[in-house]
Design a protein around this ligand. Structure first.
Ligand SMILES: C[S@@+](CC[C@H](N)C(=O)[O-])C[C@H]1O[C@@H](n2cnc3c(N)ncnc32)[C@H](O)[C@@H]1O
Ligand SMILES: *[C@@H]1O[C@H](CO)[C@@H](O)[C@H](O)[C@H]1NC(C)=O
Ligand SMILES: *[C@@H]1O[C@H](CO)[C@@H](O)[C@H](O)[C@H]1NC(C)=O
Length: 249
């Protein structure tokens, strides 16, 4: 009993000082628990929900419907917080050619496309053909058209190997988003390095970079500070810039 009273001030201090964070944390736990009761991630469910609940042709409505889905069901999309980070990077980089590895239902693709200039192009890769079809449909529903974007329904390794043929005369990539398979990150990055399509200053945005399987990737870039400048990191999503300033790269 006396122990209880003795710890009371601590509890009060913790609650007052960290109350907001504590509340946010509890809310997040609760949301996750609710989501778990709603089954596993399903591309069909995500697609059906967004397709039938958004206003077709309105990009903001498409994104809001994704957020609504994300509130209740487990989802693979990067979500709103990382989405805003992505927005910021795209707005700053004003890329012409963007490569996205891991399209899923098209959430991050739509976020990118809405911020590209008239000459901006997105190549997005999804290895599962059914998912690729569904994601492509959502991008079209959001109001984007070919050739602003192109969906490559193949494994990233295959897409990266044939990338030069997909790029226009300029033959360069200004931005790469990796959100597919952490175990594949390094292989794909090395292939991009080898074929010389990364422009100096090319921005890489890499999700789940601290995953165990992502370690070889992390070691590769950390061992080459003259080639890769680490900019920022948010919830495991890291922004890097490819320098290619020296002969080492
Ligand atoms: C986390 S989801 C991508 C989410 C998406 N970026 C978004 O925010 O909406 C990862 C996707 O990558 C795909 N994928 C996994 N490994 C892949 C690979 N090696 N090549 C291409 N796609 C892959 C999966 O099928 C899945 O749809
Ligand atoms: C998802 O939808 C496709 C048709 O678009 C269907 O062939 C497939 O069986 C569905 N998958 C599941 C798990 O319901
Ligand atoms: C549309 O949204 C409502 C709730 O906002 C949901 O109950 C319904 O299942 C959604 N439609 C589809 C096809 O998922």
């Amino acid at each position: 009993m006396s122990l209880l009273f003795a710890s009371l001030p601590v509890v009060v201090i913790v609650t007052v000082r960290y109350g907001a964070e504590l509340l946010a944390f509890c809310r997040q736990l609760f949301t996750q628990a609710v989501k778990l009761t709603r089954g596993t991630v399903s591309i069909n469910k995500t697609h059906a929900f967004v397709f039938s609940n958004c206003t077709h042709g309105q990009v903001d409505s498409v994104l809001e419907t994704f957020h609504l889905y994300d509130l209740t069901y487990p989802s693979l999309c990067i979500g709103q917080v990382k989405g805003e980070f992505l927005d910021e990077v795209v707005s700053r980089a004003t890329p012409q050619w963007v490569l996205e590895l891991g399209m899923h239902c098209g959430y991050s693709s739509v976020r990118i496309l809405r911020l590209l200039g008239p000459a901006g192009r997105l190549l997005t890769v999804e290895q599962d053909p059914e998912t690729a079809d569904k994601g492509e449909e959502i991008i079209l529903v959001a109001g984007f058209k070919h050739p602003q974007f192109q969906v490559l329904a193949c494994p990233s390794a295959e897409a990266v190997t044939g990338i030069q043929a997909r790029l226009g005369v300029a033959q360069h990539l200004d931005m790469v988003l990796m959100d597919h398979d952490t175990g594949q990150y390094l292989t794909d990055l090395l292939a991009l390095e080898r074929c010389g399509v990364l422009t100096p200053g090319c921005v890489l945005l890499v999700n789940h970079v601290f995953c165990l399987k992502g370690r070889p990737f992390l070691e590769h870039i950390q061992a080459r500070p003259q080639c890769y400048a680490q900019c920022r990191q948010l919830q495991g999503m890291m922004e890097l810039t490819w320098n290619r300033a020296s002969d080492v790269c």
